[in-house]
Design a protein around this ligand. Sequence first.
Ligand code: 6PG
Length: 244
Amino acid sequence: MEKKYYLFEDSAELAAQLAVDFKDAVSKKAASGGSLTVALSGGHTPKAFFEILAEAPYKEGLPWENVIFFWGDERCVPPDNDESNFKMTNIALLSHIDIPASNIHRVLGEYPPTNETLRYEKVIEENVAAGGNGFPSFDWIFLGMGDDGHTASLFPGASNLKEMKKICVVAEHPETGQKRVSLTFPVINNAKRVSFLVAGEAKAPVFKEILEKGANPLPYPASMVNPENGVLEWYLDKAAAPEL
Ligand code: 6PG
């Protein structure tokens, strides 16, 4: 596994560079006649990145028909709920670009969670080719990291951290009890490219531990992301990684 760290002055500079890198990846894939399979993260950090893609030169400049969007995790709420990762992405990006509706595979948060994981697994299997470990291999998975070291909706101490057979699982937020649908580690670690987007000083203590961990296991799901046959990238601002 190749690991790379990119350090930026602030979250705006991080988002701007990420948009450049995203266009580069989409353009390369389109040039080879393919479509980039992308699993998006939720929360707040990716919003600035999405908003940049929704404007020139990306809005008209990308072959959006060569991008297929999925979510790495989603809250089990309707798509018009303020908690919905899809809603945030739709407002910030999807409603501004000319992308075929069939290229957008949202998690149906309004469905019963267990049923939805079974449905979403099939959607992923039908649209994302299998890779190294036999699981679907996304071209690019974006991840955030919570202050507690969670990633996607895989939270510290959760039993689903050990899930090695399913593509996605029902997760539960440890404080609110909110049900989520989340990709599992066999899928995350089978991606060709995994990029953490981490900004803000609240993330600094956990990121420092992960940076310095060496071989010692940590109680943070974010530290368990290791795409064996891919690239792991950390897009960081200085507040989250003052020691880099
Ligand atoms: C979610 C996420 C989650 C998020 C982190 C970081 O649905 O909330 O996917 O894993 O990426 O909690 O969130 P922020 O970007 O808001 O700090």
